[in-house]
Design a binder for this molecule. Structure first.
Ligand code: PGA
Length: 260
């Protein structure tokens, strides 16, 4: 680990609503030779339709495939929804929950996300829980208050045992898809704050073992500086995960010369 911790470094791509199955498979074929032997763990959060094809294309490679959302119920009369067991059935091992685009466009509340987290851990999917403040929150000095409320509400009623594989992604809404990021100092402050909250509520093991990723306009030009911060254990990458070459550069950040 570049940041010296015992936690794995996880670089996750979030493709959002991009790529047909052919495009997804081509991406994996292009990515594989570029990241062979890397000690960074590579996660790909792909559209539902691409989970199985990507899993097959990545057979024998160290790529973990997951989804970008799921329903909180195990099964039932929920037209158009998808459950954790169905995702696992096609090869998903993790799921992104609480992404700000879902909170914004589909009115997902922290209470709903909490039910999804509980479902994911009880049905065996690793959650990547996203939290992030708006620009107004930050300007008004409310960053920590907002993040604390999101984290505590989304993880309500979870036990340390259920959180042993937790990934938290800190994604300031104002940095997503925009091109600019918080300063490294701002990122480190928030990550240390989030780790402190995990420690206070769930204890040392959860705090020390949880991977906390940064997300929002991560690209080859800023990945190295962000990934070397002591409480940053990975990144969640949107736009820059869509091209295999660019995503590979982020995975191979240790070889990058560029900084912010
Ligand atoms: P971005 O998206 O890298 O395109 O800013 C990150 C995300 O939304 O997960």
């Amino acid at each position: 680990m570049a940041n010296g911790s015992a936690r794995p470094c996880i670089v996750a791509g979030n493709w959002k609503m991009h790529k047909t199955t052919d495009e997804a498979v081509t991406f994996v074929q292009e990515l594989a030779p570029q990241v062979e032997g890397s000690d960074v763990k590579v996660y790909l959060a792909v559209p539902f339709t691409a989970i199985h094809p990507v899993k097959e294309a990545a057979a024998g490679m160290d790529i973990t495939v997951g989804a970008q959302n799921m329903n909180d119920a195990k099964e039932g009369a929920y037209t158009g929804e998808i459950g954790a067991l169905m995702l696992q059935d096609v090869g998903a091992q993790f799921v992104i929950l609480g992404h700000s685009e879902r909170r914004q466009h589909y009115n997902e509340s922290s209470a709903f996300i909490n039910r999804k987290v509980l479902r994911a851990v009880s049905d065996g999917l690793q959650p990547i829980l996203c939290v992030g403040e708006s620009l107004d929150d930050r300007d008004e000095g409310g960053t920590e208050l907002t993040l604390k409320a999101q984290l505590m509400e989304c993880l309500a009623e979870t036990t340390p045992e259920q959180l042993k594989n937790l990934i938290v992604a800190y994604e300031p809404i104002w940095a997503i898809g925009i091109g600019h990021t918080p300063t490294p100092q701002q990122v480190q402050e928030v990550h240390a704050f989030l780790r402190g909250l995990l420690k206070e509520t769930w204890g040392d093991d959860v705090a020390n073992n949880s991977v906390i990723q940064y997300g929002g306009s991560v690209k080859p030009a800023n990945a190295k500086e962000i990934l070397q911060l002591p409480d940053v254990d990975g990144v969640l990458v949107g736009g820059a995960s869509l091209a295999a070459d660019t995503f590979a550069q982020i995975i191979n950040y240790q070889t990058l010369e560029t900084t912010i």
